[in-house]
Design a protein around this ligand. Structure first.
Ligand code: SR1
Ligand code: MG
Length: 415
């Protein structure tokens, strides 16, 4: 029996042996080097490189406990991720790393190393601008979401796919971290930034009308199997270089409301915007950066909506779904969910366990207070008014400007 016939938690040396014994991607006589480069909460990421040629691959490996806090997790999410990468690759090949091999025993996804791309969140924290990003990510979402919806996939095939993409443990992480804990703190796991503690408690724990709207969205996350979503589409899941993106890490893939992905993308650009507002010195660099983010947010919403409508216009298969006005109603609902989920993501990444660098990297206390308040004030508007506003990208910018004004006024110290 071989070393890799039974699952165990791999280290760098194991990944080198695995590459030699199982993969046969490199020349058998080559010397291989390996480094674990992951910084996520769940998996281990090994980059294996052939020393002489520089040729490299990524091995994404899952254990039976999470990387960050050793909680038990069913590594089936690794299989779901491999399936999802391949599904996305079949729809938008230029935006997804290619999977070379999947090993369900060792829970290893062997894939293309996109090493000339950079983690988008890290780049945004340096206030870098990426022209064309809005068009790219809006296209990715329109095709992957509409292309997996019931309007386009025959219902029997969709039901078979649903079995494959049943992601019990990671759905539950989302149910707790996004839809429950930020409002109830029932497990006491939130980590409020101390100078904002009272503000956050009042705005998020004590607002019953907010809880009611979150409960409605929670219900639809659990019961509406609308599209096959990426499930964790934040800027840390996007690798970027000028003119091109690669979308990674779909281990949270599941059937859920399509607006979940779009809302996540918008919220994570808002974190970058709030960071820029709070930390950058007045001047042209700040103006250009904020303007690029505002245009990106607007364009993602508008392009996603229009591209989704034209995709459905061309690809809807079911006669009933072709009823005049139906797919417009369908996309309209996704735009409402987008606004709501955008608010949920802003809140949970501000108060919850899984914070974002855009906020935590702010060392100045007043700047961080201001940044967090922009996020929470805008989040609440997005959630509460999701059925009324937010059909146009420009609506998001009006809310952001208002939230920034409120955040500035709400603090009795000097901001
Ligand atoms: C325990 S996992 C915490 C978060 O990290 C992932 O990126 C997801 O967003 C999840 O909610
Ligand atoms: Mg991830």
């Amino acid at each position: 029996m071989g070393k890799f016939d039974h699952h165990f938690k791999m280290n760098e040396q194991d990944a080198v042996e695995y590459s030699k014994e199982v993969l046969h991607i490199f020349n058998p006589s080559s010397e291989l080097e390996c480094k674990e480069i992951g910084d996520g909460n769940i998996n281990y990421i090994f980059r294996v490189e052939e020393k002489d040629t520089g040729k490299s691959i990524i091995i994404k490996h899952a254990d039976i406990t999470t990387r960050s806090n050793n909680t038990k997790v069913d590594p089936i999410h690794n299989c779901i991720e491999a399936e999802m990468l391949q599904k996305e690759y079949s729809l938008v090949p230029e935006m997804v790393p290619k999977v070379y091999h999947y090993d369900p025993i060792m829970c290893c996804i062997v894939m293309e190393d996109c090493r000339d791309y950079k983690n988008m969140r890290h780049e945004l924290c340096k206030h870098k601008i990426f022209p064309g990003f809005a068009e790219q990510i809006a296209h990715f979402m329109a095709i992957t979401l509409m292309g997996t919806s019931d309007l386009v996939v025959p219902i029997k095939e969709k039901r078979r796919l649903q079995e494959k993409f049943t992601n019990i443990d990671l759905d539950h992480v989302t149910e707790r971290l996004v839809y429950t804990e930020p409002y109830l703190n029932s497990e006491g796991k939130n980590v409020e930034f101390p100078p904002n503690k009272e503000f956050l408690e009042k705005e998020l724990y004590e607002d019953n009308s907010l809880h009611l709207e979150v409960a409605k969205m929670y219900d639809s996350f659990k019961s509406d199997n609308q599209c096959l979503i990426h499930g964790d589409l934040h800027t840390g899941s996007i690798m970027i270089k000028p003119g091109s993106i690669k979308v990674l890490d779909p281990e949270f893939a599941t059937y859920a409301p399509g607006g979940y992905d779009v809302g996540n993308v918008i919220a994570n650009l808002i974190f970058a915007w709030a960071n820029g507002m709070a930390t950058m010195e007045k001047g042209t660099e700040k103006e250009n950066y904020l303007q690029w983010l505002e245009e990106s947010i607007q364009r993602i919403i508008d392009i996603f909506r229009d591209e989704s409508l034209s995709y459905l216009n061309e690809n809807t298969i079911d006669l009933m779904d072709k009823t005049q006005g139906f797919y417009q109603w369908f996309v309209n609902g996704i735009m409402e969910d987008t606004a709501g989920v955008c608010g949920l993501e802003l809140n949970r990444r501000t108060i919850g366990l899984a914070k974002v660098e855009d906020i935590t990297s702010i060392t100045d206390e007043k700047q961080r207070i201001y940044c967090e308040r922009i996020c929470v004030y805008s989040a609440k508007e997005f959630i509460m008014n999701r059925h009324i506003n937010y059909k146009q990208g420009a609506d998001y910018i009006h809310t952001l400007k208002r939230a920034a004004m409120l955040a500035g006024k709400s603090y009795d110290g000097e901001l």
